[in-house]
Design a protein around this ligand. Structure first.
Ligand code: F3S
Length: 91
């Protein structure tokens, strides 16, 4: 027995509609947390991720907690790795 290509494709269609949300939308947003008690003003976080880590006039990071836009996740990781005081963490 042979079936047409169109009939074969029709058979492969899911019986249930594909959910409107994609896996990416369901993932929890990455969040940066800075322990400002540990920050010693090295400014390395700002050097590698200036869009995420603003500094005050004395060179200390001003951020305490913030969600990371998906397009800045790589920068956020670099910011964590750059801090010698381990003041920055991601969750
Ligand atoms: Fe502070 Fe670390 Fe950035 S010490 S300024 S959080 S590199």
């Amino acid at each position: 027995m042979s079936i047409s290509l169109a009939a074969a494709r029709e058979r492969r269609r899911p019986t249930h509609p594909i959910p409107a949300t994609t896996r990416r939308n369901e993932e929890k947003a990455m969040k940066i947390t800075v322990d400002r008690n540990k920050c010693s003003g090295h400014a390395r976080c700002n050097a590698v991720a200036p869009e995420l880590f603003e500094l005050d006039d004395a060179g200390y990071v001003t951020l305490e907690e913030s969600e990371v836009p998906p397009h800045l996740e790589a920068q956020a990781r670099r910011g964590v790795m750059a801090c010698p005081e381990r003041a920055v963490s991601l969750s």
